[in-house]
Ligand binder design. Structure first.
Ligand code: SAH
Ligand code: SF4
Length: 428
């Protein structure tokens, strides 16, 4: 979502003469669009700010402008604290305020040395104020929902992105058509809780994610639809059926479970048990037997015993093809952060064990593709000359040889080899 938001910031600033730069040392404006989900992400920002300060001193000594802005979820959570610790930061703005970026910038340019901190949750929707992008990648994002009302005990999202909000159906159909007209072949529908989507339809009735997907599938030129990130409690039968019926909905599902232990799921306030997860995966596979399933896991949550961890390993064995795993990171203001914590050594040991299993499962999922024809949406050039990289329908990376003119096109590729993080094959 930060990537989607960053692209919107670029379109907002283009009319003011700004354009994206590859050179952070000589840029005139640097915006850090930050993530607050784990402590590590937050620490990175302060070390990055230290480096930016040096650039600022150097550039300003040459008479050049160098404005530093911090946006996103750390900005939302820390507000004034950022300008106290790093007074050379001129603008601090939350994820619901970035449509006002040009306004902040004008203030900073007019009143030198003044800070602008805005971490309110505005009543108006920022989406009503965002201009359309003038070009887009073949695989594009579309935010359809933001925020969360679920309040899992480890998570800061409800505090940084705010309450659940779903964009109206018409605005989404219009934006999707526009994205297709400027180059998108694939759209990933985004939300912190994307399958809790409940947007207002054209006739005032509330639409579900399943209905929205069925409508988007009618758009000519849009070839692939994905959605991310979903919650087990919101996997309705209708949405599960879409995986069998809507051919543009890709055979890939990212469905975070966090733990395979009911005791830990309860302590996390996830309000679902492991059985529900097993049931959903079974039903989805009935609809789409070749679907690839990924998940997120938190290791070392307060109270997690060896048997809880073993249940997570079992769930990975049974349900998941690959996954993202994290050591539990206590977040300020969340209930789990004040509970007795698990030893770091134990956390690391469990994380390594889980990651080894996840890697094995990922390699196995890749091996299943050997000898098959994959439709690959070519996204970019690879590191070696003549190499291209794209994604197959299952969201797996595929490396092939071919001309750069294929970027943005879906091509047939015969898979020859499976690696840990990618597949390689021959363009047919
Ligand atoms: N809405 C999604 C998750 C969004 S956060 C869901 O409900 O599953 C993305 C991922 O970050 C989570 O799935 C979780 O695995 C991880 N995460 C969130 N808070 C965390 C924390 N305090 N410590 C470690 N990982 C965390
Ligand atoms: Fe965070 Fe997801 Fe739980 Fe919401 S449902 S609180 S976003 S982990």
């Amino acid at each position: 979502m930060q990537s989607y938001d960053s692209d919107r910031m670029v379109s907002l600033l283009e009319p003011f003469g700004y354009s994206p730069s590859d050179d952070i040392e000589t840029a005139n404006l640097v915006i850090l669009n930050t993530c607050h989900i784990r402590e590590k992400a937050e620490h990175k920002i302060f070390s990055e700010l230290g480096r930016l300060r040096e650039n600022k001193v150097e550039q300003e000594a040459k008479g050049e402008e160098y404005i530093i802005a911090v946006g996103g979820c750390v900005a939302q959570a820390q507000g004034d604290e950022i300008t106290k610790q790093a007074p050379y930061v001129s603008i601090v703005f939350g994820p619901q305020n970035y449509h006002k970026l040009p306004e902040y910038l004008i203030h900073v340019l007019r009143e030198q040395n003044k800070h602008h901190v805005d971490v309110e949750f505005p009543v108006e929707s920022k989406f009503d104020h965002l201009p359309s992008v003038s070009e887009t990648k073949a695989a594009s994002f579309l935010t359809i929902q933001e925020g969360c009302n679920k309040f899992c005990h480890f998570c800061v999202v409800p505090y940084t992105r705010g309450a659940e909000y779903s964009r109206p159906v018409k605005a989404l159909i219009d934006e999707a058509k526009h994205l297709v007209s400027v180059g998108a072949k694939e759209i990933t529908l985004l939300g912190q809780n994307v399958n809790a989507y409940h947007g207002e339809g054209p006739n005032g009735r509330i639409w579900s994610l399943a209905e929205l997907i069925e409508e988007l599938a009618l758009i000519d030129g849009l070839e692939r639809i994905r959605y991310m990130t979903s919650h087990p409690r919101d996997m309705t039968d209708h949405l599960i059926e879409c995986h069998g019926k809507v051919s543009k909905l890709m055979p890939f599902l990212h469905l975070p479970v966090q733990s395979g232990s009911d005791k830990i799921l309860k302590a996390m306030n996830r309000r679902h048990n492991a059985e529900l997860y097993y049931d959903i995966i079974r039903k989805v596979k009935e609809q789409r037997p070749d679907i690839v399933v990924s998940s997120d896991f938190i290791v070392g949550y307060p109270g997690e015993a060896t048997e809880d961890h073993n249940l997570t390993l079992q769930l990975v064995q049974d349900c998941v093809d690959f996954g993202f795993s994290f050591n539990y990171s206590p977040r300020p203001g969340t209930p789990a952060s004040v509970m007795p914590q698990i030893d770091d050594d134990i956390k690391m040991e469990r994380l390594y064990e889980l990651q080894a299993l996840l890697q094995m499962k990922q390699l196995m999922a890749h091996q299943k593709q050997i000898g098959l024809m994959n439709e690959v949406l070519v996204e970019k050039e690879g590191k070696e000359p003549g190499q291209l990289i794209g994604k197959n329908a299952h969201w797996q990376s595929v490396v092939l040889e071919g001309d750069a003119s294929l970027i943005g096109i879906i091509v047939p590729v015969k898979i020859k080899e499976a690696h840990q993080n990618s597949l390689s094959g021959i363009l047919i």
